[in-house]
Design a protein. Structure first.
Length: 759
């Protein structure tokens, strides 16, 4: 038992016999203290055992039992030695003192007395670790879910690798020793946070002070907050935690409170001064925010206003202070200024002339990607003017130089940008190969392909089966066959960039183009299409999205249209936004280079985007009514699905029809006070008729006096509350007629139905 106490053995209930194991323990003791090693307990050894048992377990002691209780301190979360020694040094003393103070013991001097040892080895200090199983473990895991560290819906009682990782995360987050073990100090921290006074359902003056701090940081707008912690407070706390990268649990725990105080006490706020303020103001000034003197060290009201402007421009929480997120973004954007190069290329042609040239081609510029809507001059001017897409906006990426690699791995391309992208899924290595071979930015190629193929799901991207001559193969229902094993299919062709897919015959043209170049796999279409982009655009100087769309150099030098990748006037902007959406804020930390065009007499930025071009080719008379037949009909700004939706119209709703677009067949309607466009496929017109014949008389009553005449005109008939035509039968000149009530110039008249035909 004495050898157990000294750490040389771990028998729980040793027997009275002296066997081989005892012999080895004695040899260990003798070797440790430098005696002759023979495994025999002599008088000298007995005296040394007695001497060691009488020593105080404190700093300076070197004995195996020191290693044992140091390992116990590791398990309990008070130390992080990976392989502790048998020495009791100053760090051991420090950890013992921390243990004694934590448990408020009588002795807090770092000496391991009987009370300390009993507390270390006590049953209350139960530790669970990887491989254990217990109901207590399940309860603990549920607590971790409540605190936002895990998402187990029905956790088991088993303590596995995932549990250990989660516990390490919890311990590190709250500044505990990260050993992944469920020890008392970790459990105490869990209980402390679960029972925090600063959470939903509690009330105190301290809570009110915290709410005032939350208002100051911009996460709430309470004028005079009460002292209770309700659902709205919880949501504000969650927003704050998410914004500052904390664990989101809605509890003002110690980490959240520290983050609140850290940002409240930032030097970058009104009333402070110092050289670091002048340095940050200078960086903000360099980013184009010039509403203050960047050389002054004070943070005044003007500086606060500029910070608010910056925060609003970048969708940050607006508080007028240099909090953690704001300062970080300023630093990142400023760093980008140092790393990137923005050049301006002047083109010797006036902006007005360049716009006029856009309308000189046989195919006019289009407002929509499908090519159904001609663009008007206002919209061409807007999308062609570089001033409308300032630095820092997503659309600014249309000026990105595309002949430089972004140096992204195939795995990252597949996981971040191509996951779920139809036939493009898993083609990251093909984009990298294409970028390397043809000197094109691989991220641009992906954005381009995603746009052209509706994220990899278009007809051409999905693959089109063709015979040996390249003719499209269809089944009996006229559906395209895509099965390479089908008897009629020789190849399946793919087209990822829309080559040959002209507006009048997109599928046929795209298939012919791909077949001629043997693009018989998604990878071949990716690489082959990239070669075409490089040879037709990038290598000839059209190395930005803007240049690919508008070809300003050719326009300036030849006073004609040049080579344009698409007729869609928003093509470059859409591609730029797709690039931005793929890269996110990371685009600001990449050393990218830009080339911004400048025309002669180029106007400044437009104050607002022009409305979509629309036209009513057929104007209907007032009072034409239609009933919606679709379950829910999209209500759009223009006559095609390319326009944005205003809302939806429910089944059976009544709309007032003002006219019809002759090209698309869409109706211009008014519904619930709004005017827009709906497809004519889903509207049943109730009362639009045409007069059949010339000089057909209409009368002031059925068979009454003549009031006027109509010739082959559209008119609206009157309807009752059930949408039935208002009619009466009456004889005229010995002939029986059914008379319909019509509306002419806002007045009601009557006309015989034999001269009317429904449109």
């Amino acid at each position: 038992l004495d050898l157990v106490d000294l750490g040389f053995a771990d028998w729980e209930d040793p027997a009275e016999n002296f066997g081989p194991e005892t012999h080895n323990v004695v040899r260990h003791f003798q070797d440790f203290y430098g005696y002759h090693v023979n495994g025999i307990v002599d008088q000298q050894m007995l005296e040394r055992i007695e001497e060691e048992l009488g020593k105080e377990v404190s700093r300076g002691l070197n004995r195996p039992d020191v290693e044992r209780f140091k390992l116990k301190l590791v398990d309990l979360g008070f130390a992080d030695w990976s392989s502790p020694s048998t020495n009791f040094g100053p760090e051991t003393e420090e950890r013992v003192i921390a243990f004694q103070e934590y448990y408020d013991m009588n002795r807090t001097d770092g000496v391991v007395d009987e009370e300390t040892l009993d507390k270390i080895n006590g049953d209350h200090n139960k530790v669970y670790e990887n491989g254990d199983r217990s109901d207590s473990i399940q309860d603990f895991k549920l607590d971790l879910v409540d605190l936002g560290f895990a998402e187990w819906e029905d956790p088991t009682t088993f303590y596995g690798n995932e549990t250990e990782r989660t516990v390490r995360l919890f311990q590190g987050y709250y500044g505990l020793v990260e050993n992944g073990k469920m020890n008392p100090i970790t459990l105490d921290m869990v209980d402390s946070i679960l029972n925090s006074p600063y959470q939903r359902g509690n009330s105190s003056d301290e809570i009110r002070e915290i709410k005032l701090d939350i208002v100051k940081l911009g996460f709430a707008d309470w004028d005079d907050p009460v002292n209770n912690f309700g659902p709205e407070t919880e949501e504000s706390v969650k927003h704050l935690q998410d914004y500052y990268g904390l664990i989101v649990n809605g509890i003002v725990d110690p980490v959240t409170l520290e983050k609140i105080n850290q940002n409240l006490n930032t030097i970058y706020q009104n009333g402070n001064s110092g050289p670091e303020i002048a340095e940050l103001k200078s960086k903000l000034y360099s980013l184009g925010y010039t509403g203050f003197n960047p050389n002054l060290e004070n943070f005044g009201s003007n500086t606060e206003s500029v910070f608010r402007e910056f925060q609003e421009d970048h969708n940050l929480v607006i508080n007028g202070m240099g909090d953690q997120v704001t300062v970080q973004l300023i630093e990142e954007l400023y760093k980008m200024l140092d790393e990137q190069t923005i050049i301006t290329t002047n083109y010797d042609i006036s902006f007005d002339s360049a716009v006029d040239i856009q309308f000189s081609a046989s195919t006019p510029p289009k407002y929509d990607g499908a090519g159904a809507i001609n663009a008007d001059e206002d919209n061409v001017r807007y999308y062609m003017n570089p001033e409308n897409f300032p630095e820092g906006s997503p659309e600014f990426l249309q000026f990105l130089l595309l002949d430089e690699s972004a140096n992204v791995s195939a795995t990252e391309l597949d996981s971040r940008f191509l996951d779920g992208a139809g036939s493009l899924e898993g083609t990251g290595s093909a984009f990298i190969e294409a970028g390397e071979e043809y000197s094109i930015n691989e991220l641009y190629l992906i954005a381009h392909a995603l746009h052209e193929t509706s994220h990899g799901h278009s007809t051409l991207a999905a693959g089109v089966g063709v015979d040996e001559s390249g003719e499209i193969q269809r089944d009996s229902n006229d559906n395209i066959i895509r099965d390479i094993n089908h008897s009629d299919v020789e190849h399946v062709v793919y087209n990822m960039y829309g080559y040959g897919a002209f507006d009048d015959r997109p599928t046929e043209g795209g298939v012919e183009f791909a077949f001629d170049r043997e693009w018989f796999s998604p990878e071949e279409a990716v690489i082959g299409g990239a070669e075409r982009i490089a040879s037709n655009y990038i290598s000839r100087g059209q190395n930005t999205l803007f240049k690919m769309k508008w070809d300003p150099e050719y326009t300036a030098n030849n006073n004609s249209l040049g080579r344009q990748y698409a007729t869609h006037i928003m093509w470059a902007e859409i591609q730029a936004r797709m690039l931005y959406n793929m890269l996110g804020d990371e685009v600001y930390s990449m050393p990218l280079n830009y080339d911004v065009p400048q025309y002669n007499n180029q106007p400044g930025p437009d104050s607002s985007k022009p409305p979509a071009p629309t036209s009513v080719d057929e104007t209907y008379p007032e009072g034409v009514i239609g009933l919606v037949t679709a379950s829910s009909l999209n209500f759009r700004e223009g006559p095609s699905t390319s326009y944005d939706t205003i809302g939806s119209i429910p089944n059976g709703a009544e709309v007032q029809i003002a006219g019809r677009d002759g090209d698309t067949g869409w109706y211009n309607v008014t519904y619930d006070g709004d005017t827009g466009w709906v497809s004519d496929d889903h509207v049943d017109v109730q009362n639009l008729y045409r007069v059949t014949g010339s000089n057909v008389n209409y009368r002031n009553s059925p068979a009454g006096n003549i009031s006027g005449s109509l010739s082959n005109e559209l008119i609206a008939l009157s309807l009752d509350s059930d949408y039935n035509i208002v009619s009466e039968d009456a004889e005229l000149n010995g002939v029986d007629y059914t008379w319909y009530r019509i509306n002419v110039d806002g007045n009601d008249y009557w006309l015989a139905n034999s001269f009317l035909e429904k449109e």
